[in-house]
Design a protein around this ligand. Sequence first.
Ligand code: NAP
Length: 278
Amino acid sequence: MRGLMLADGRRVPVLGQGTWHMGEAREQRAAEVAALRHGLDLGMTLIDTAEMYGDGGGEAVVAEAIAGRRDEVFVVSKAYPQNAGRQSLPQACAGSLRRLRIERIDLYLLHWRGSIPLGESVAAFEALRAAGKIGAWGVSNFDAADMAELTGLPGGAACATNQVLYNPQARGIEFDLLAWAAARSMPLMAYSPVGQGGRLLRAPALRRVADRRGATPAQVALAWAVRHAGVIAIPKATTPAHVQENAAAAALTLDAADLAEIDAAFPPPQRKQPLAIL
Ligand SMILES: NC(=O)c1ccc[n+]([C@@H]2O[C@H](COP(=O)([O-])OP(=O)(O)OC[C@H]3O[C@@H](n4cnc5c(N)ncnc54)[C@H](OP(=O)(O)O)[C@@H]3O)[C@@H](O)[C@H]2O)c1
């Protein structure tokens, strides 16, 4: 699968796997583990989780899915904002490592901005990195002004990514954040790239492009998100057919006519929009 290089030299695929809502229901567990393993087999070797998902249950599902194949997988997890302090972050990280049953989180994110000063969080992330508990750190749900502030702090330029909502229904980042990140060679991670399987996938424009390309609307949405060189999309799927479909989307390249059709239905931003958040 097509990939991109992170600042620390590690290569990740442009399509990874999300895990929100996994680990919430016991009866779903086997299907969730199987879906993630299937996704790994198909090259979606980046897995995104968070201490928040299923109250730690999401990380436990990931642990089961990656057991015996840790070296194939790039693990991303996230800390609650209230856990991003000097003392709380090492504790939160230890909890995630324990649930994930790994020695090191490849990329550890601040889930969203809270009230702990950013400078303190940066220092806490850097200390974890120096201790080998994490490979790199980044943020999520940071708007352009937050990113400017963060990267201006001592150590803040080490931020490896910003994970944000991005799909044709939510393309405000195209006005500022996307170009800002590209100028710094900082990859962005697109969450909810298939619009959580809802209205987006029933949009006539996506359906028309999909029919023309012999693809599905979800594949069109994924190909659309990763058409930018620095974007990684992390669809979540438990249904085996969805996993298969999503992985195959990496081979789809949209042409100018496809993109124009999507633009007509979902116009790109003409002015600054506050960052959309779920
Ligand atoms: N940082 C943040 O604040 C934040 C916020 C939201 C999400 N995230 C991360 O991003 C990941 C993805 O976002 P998301 O889970 O919100 O939404 P999503 O990936 O856009 O959508 C997931 C939903 O779409 C369905 N689906 C997946 N592939 C499909 C396909 N090919 N065709 C039709 N339906 C499909 C899934 O169904 P099945 O499960 O039945 O296959 C699931 O119900 C999350 O899981 C999480 O890891 C991060």
